[in-house]
Design a protein around this ligand. Sequence first.
Ligand code: NAG
Ligand code: NAG
Length: 369
Amino acid sequence: MARPRLALALFLLALCAHVHVLPVWSHGDTGSTGAACLRNVGVKLQASFLPGLVTIDGLAADWSSVSGSSFQLNPALTDDSANAYPGGSMQIKVAHDGHDVFFLVQVPGAYMFDANEQNMAAMALMFPIGDDATYHNMGGCPEPAGVCNSTNCFGHEVDLIHFELNQAIPGRLYGGNLADSINGTGRDSIGKLNDAYAFNPHCRSYDGMTPSGLLTGGGLNNWRGSWTHSTTDTAYGLVATDSPFGALDGAGTYTFEFARPLRTSDVLQQDAQFTIGSTHGMAAAFWFPTGANSGWQPYQHYSASCDWLQLEIISGASSSIGTSRSWSALSTVSLLVSLMSLAVAVAVGWWVRQSTGSRVSFNPISSSL
Ligand SMILES: *[C@@H]1O[C@H](CO)[C@@H](O)[C@H](O)[C@H]1NC(C)=O
Ligand SMILES: *[C@@H]1O[C@H](CO)[C@@H](O)[C@H](O)[C@H]1NC(C)=O
């Protein structure tokens, strides 16, 4: 028994060593050129079992007991830290409740809004689906636009959620909705919180559509999400006519909250499937208007890492040990209270029985009227 185990250990060790020396490149589509990039590689985000903690309202206060991770935002294509996002670091927190997985993403940045410009602040998360899906090149399928499809890019699928803010009211819920569900797509034609997938940066689409734009159906937007900026006042509720929702150029932080069922009904390899107790790949990106209220191009985004981060969905069983003690204490108290109630009931019964026999006589109601 010892020998195979030793061999396995050596093999795993060799595998680890191999993984660490593998060159990893940034998110750009410049082929296999570029320096090896290991920024934040191996960082693990841990989603603990925290049912009933989070409301998806774009506000972060309910996450205060959850610890998060901070990431410098470098340009996604070059990972050039000299041109990092100037506003500050992205903070990510994760949790799950056994049914949904929750994400809180916060990025400092002035409130920007331009009614004629769609491309204001935007946020995306990316997860590998296929076994060959690389962070580099968003899945890394070598087929060009117009040729790439689910057959010749099989295994390179990545899952995307992309949320653009202009049409969404702070604190409201966007993502899955009836109109787009009936069409069988992951599009969100109401709030632009889209459920999408990609094989590479030139082969992207909403769930239920091909990269060339054909509607196949069979897709669904499984996400819901909300946003606020610290300059928005959501206390009394907002309507569309309140837009812009904050003081223009007001310094503050963007807060995004997202939720999705761990599992979806997807049969097209367009959704990542999460499992309690497992670790999955993940990436996060942020778009921000470049000049004074002028929009971005799709490639102009910042990324929290230059390879997959790790997302661990922690089993509730591993965190229930701490709470089981308080449960048993509570049960003991309940048992004592029940026993005391029983004793009181028996005593009262006995007393009533004793009394009726001697002093208290029973008067029918009619006789006392
Ligand atoms: C994908 O494209 C290839 C050609 O590269 C073609 O043979 C195949 O039928 C296409 N598959 C689908 C599902 O469109
Ligand atoms: C649903 O599909 C129809 C036909 O393609 C299209 O006209 C309509 O705009 C779509 N609706 C939504 C909400 O995307």
